[in-house]
Design a protein. Sequence first.
Length: 310
Amino acid sequence: MNLNENARGVFLIAATPFADNGALDLDSTDRLVDFYLGHGAAGLTVLGVLGEAPKLTAGESRAFVERVARRVDGRVPVIAGVSAPGLAPMRELAQAALGAGAAGVMIQPGPGLRSDMQICDYFEGVAETLGDTIPFVLQDHPIASGVQMPASVVLRIVQTIPTCVMLKHEDCPGLAKLSAYRAASDRGDVRRFSILTGNGGGLFLPEELGRGADGAMTGFPYPEMMTGVCGAYEAGQIERAHDLFDAYLPLARYEQQQGIGLAVRKHLLARRGAIASPAVRRPGPRLSQQDVADIERLVARQELRLLQLG
C-alpha cells in the first residue's frame, strides 16, 4: 500500500508505549493499533515528535515500525517520520520503514534553513536521496523545525517533486495558507495534493476542513472526535461537526499545555486502556495529583456534554 495524493480522513499520530521502567512496550503497541483502528483511523503515523522518536535508538525505531505495520496488516497506510540531521540516516530509516511495511515517510525541513531557495534545495536533495519509489509527507511545523515555509515554497515543492504527495499542515495561524493551497490547485497552478492538519491536536479542525483540508493528522487521545467531525463534515452536517468538536474542546485545550501535554495524552490513553502505562521516556514530564484531578473533572464534563448532544 503506497501513500498517494488521494489520502483522506484521520491519520493518528501514534504514541510510543513504554513500560514504567522506560523499556519499549511492544505488547501495548498492538493494543494501541487496535484502539486507533477501532475508532476509524484512516492511517497511522509513527515516529513523530510526540511519538518521542528522538528518544528511541535506531533499533527501537525499526522494531516499533515493524510491530505497528505487522499489526495493521495492510488495512490502512502507515507513515513513518524519518527526519534526521543528515540525508544518509534519513535514507537508511526510510528504507527500513518501507521494508517493514510503511506506505510512506514524513519529513520536516532541516534545521538552519532560512531562505526560500535553501528550503527548496533541501527537499530536492531529500527527493534525490529517497529515490522515486518512496512517497513522502512534507511536514510544515515551524515550532518544531524552526523553519518558516511560505505557501509559495510549499507549492513549489509539491509542483516540482512528484513524490511529495501530502502536506502535514501545522503552521499557525494557518487558515489563510490552507485557502491559498486549495485556490492554487483549483486554478490548476499545481496538482491537487492531500492536506492533513495537526494544529494543536486538532484545535482548529472544523475551520480547517472548511478551508479544504482532507482530514487530520494528530494524536488527540479521543480519535472518535476527529473521525466524527470529519465524517459529519463530509456528509454536509456542518453544525453537527462543530457541536461534536465543541464537546471535546476543553480537554483538547488542556492537552496543549507546553511541558506536560504529552504526559496528559499518554495518561488519557492509559486511562482508556489503549496502553498499559502512561510513562513518558526520560527526560520527560510527569503529572501531579492536581493535574490528574483536573483531567478527571474535564473528562466527567465531556461525558456529560456528549450525553446532552446525543
